[in-house]
Design a protein around this ligand. Structure first.
Ligand code: SAM
Length: 439
């Protein structure tokens, strides 16, 4: 209980992340983990229209990034969003942000996650809980409470800290505990921490890895990162154990950066060693890549009550579309194949930029039909059935659906694995590309 109060007091005094409600007039902060296009693809088999009483809980909603983004996307539906946080100061900022945007679809609850069982909030189809569970005395208890609040088709987007990328952070937290052992005033703790940071030698682990941590220029960010009193982190195997112990199913990482960092080809150049690693199960492979990169600072991912919640390429009523810059990637892939005269059997590296921030390098696996698959994806509105029919017509060949499904899997799997290609059922309208507006 004491731990809980200490954490509550911190976020009451220093709402985090720092947000100014008036900024809602000039930009919308979007996160892929709360983006309806991603939720539909990863959690609802591509078939959720979010229009039939969809219920959302933002647990530990902070200064309102998720409630604002979800509120904005769901504003023309009858969906209900419940925001809950035990920091009143944070909640007031989140409320003002919603007010600036004119959002009326959010219910505000000032309370602790631990009290959810007593609040009779009902069941939720989606729960966002980012950067919160690792601050509870028992993250397992917190996750169990959230799990018990999910509807039968429910899923969550979670963010918990990652262990190895934060090594330097925990060393400073330990250091500051020693330095501040007799200090009980946050302002003084911060003054001491700033003085320390200004005099760290280059050998210090935090200083050496400083490009991994951005958000500590202002006092709240500094306190959250380096002076937190309750904060733990998970390696990838520990993260899976955490999810499994709660009886949930891990669906997929949501962060583009993690998905790319966990790609084997980035690290192991020796083909014999790479083969040995690739023979290990997925969790062990990811554990190996996490240790090799050393730079994953958080795990952001989807979990679900049900298994097999990801939209399938075998369902021909699904439309494959690139979430970021919808027509740019398939057009670029098509032109690349044409210009380089790529033919079946060739596997080539294919690079492109997305969302003005990320360079992606994938293996383009060529078959006879790869070019035609991309060509028919350019407008982002054709279902797989329509794409296959167009290919049959253009080539005037009697190709079976099974063959084309297999071809589409070969061509598109690297893009699905990179988290940039989604599926939606043909009954679902296209989504806005909010990433284009990302800060
Ligand atoms: C690091 S902030 C993250 C805020 C937000 N989820 C985000 O990603 O921007 C952690 C938030 O969790 C809230 N929090 C921590 N423990 C909580 C608990 N037991 N019950 C409710 N809120 C809690 C804090 O008040 C704080 O606003």
């Amino acid at each position: 209980m004491k731990d809980l109060l200490v954490v509550q007091e911190q976020y009451q005094e220093y709402p985090y992340p720092l947000r100014y409600p008036e900024d809602e007039n000039k930009r919308l902060i979007s996160t892929i983990g709360d983006c309806l296009a991603a939720l539909n693809h990863y959690l609802y088999c591509g078939k959720e229209d979010f229009k039939s009483g969809f219920r959302v809980l933002v647990a530990g909603g902070g200064t309102g990034d998720a409630s604002t983004f979800l509120g904005e996307q769901l504003k023309n539906t009858n969906a209900e969003i419940i925001y809950l946080d035990f920091s009143k100061a944070s909640m007031e900022i989140a409320q003002k942000r919603a007010e600036v945007r004119g959002l009326k679809n959010i219910t505000w609850i000032h309370d602790s996650i631990l009290n959810i069982p007593k609040l009779a909030l009902g069941k939720f189809d989606f729960i966002n809980c980012c950067g919160v569970l690792h601050h509870l005395a028992s993250p397992d208890e917190g996750l169990k409470i959230l799990n018990d609040s999910l509807s039968m088709r429910g899923g969550m987007h979670l963010m918990i800290y990652a262990k190895y990328g934060r090594e330097g952070v925990y060393q400073i937290q330990n250091l500051m505990r020693l330095i501040n052992s007799n200090v009980h005033n946050k302002t003084q703790e911060i003054i001491n921490c700033k003085a320390l940071l200004g005099s760290l030698p280059d050998t210090n682990w935090f200083k050496k890895s400083k490009e991994l941590y951005h958000d500590h220029a202002e006092d709240g960010g500094l306190y959250d990162l380096l002076l937190h009193k309750q904060d733990r982190a998970y390696s990838i195997p520990e993260m899976y154990e955490f999810v499994n112990n709660a009886g949930l199913h891990f669906v997929e990482f949501s962060m583009l950066e993690s998905l790319l960092l966990l790609e084997s080809k980035n690290y192991i150049r020796n083909s014999e060693l790479l083969l040995k690693v690739k023979n290990k199960d997925v969790i062990n492979q990811q554990a190996i890549y996490e240790l090799i990169t050393g730079k994953i600072t958080k795990h952001e991912f989807f979990v679900s009550i049900k298994q097999e919640t990801v939209a399938s390429i075998a369902d021909l009523d699904n439309i494959p579309y690139f979430y970021y810059n919808t027509s740019y990637i398939p057009k670029h892939a098509y032109d690349y194949i044409e210009n380089n005269k790529l033919v079946a059997g060739m596997n080539v590296n294919f690079s492109f930029n997305i969302a003005q921030r990320c360079n992606i390098n994938l293996l383009l696996c060529m078959s006879e039909y790869t070019k035609y698959i991309f060509k028919n994806m350019i407008d982002g509105t054709k279902s797989l059935q329509e794409i296959f029919d167009a290919i049959r017509q253009e080539l005037n060949r009697d190709l079976s659906d099974e063959l084309l499904i297999n071809e589409a899997k070969i061509a598109l799997t690297p893009f699905f694995e990179a988290g940039i290609l989604f599926l939606r059922h043909k009954s679902i309208a296209p989504y806005i590309d909010y990433a284009a507006e990302k800060l």
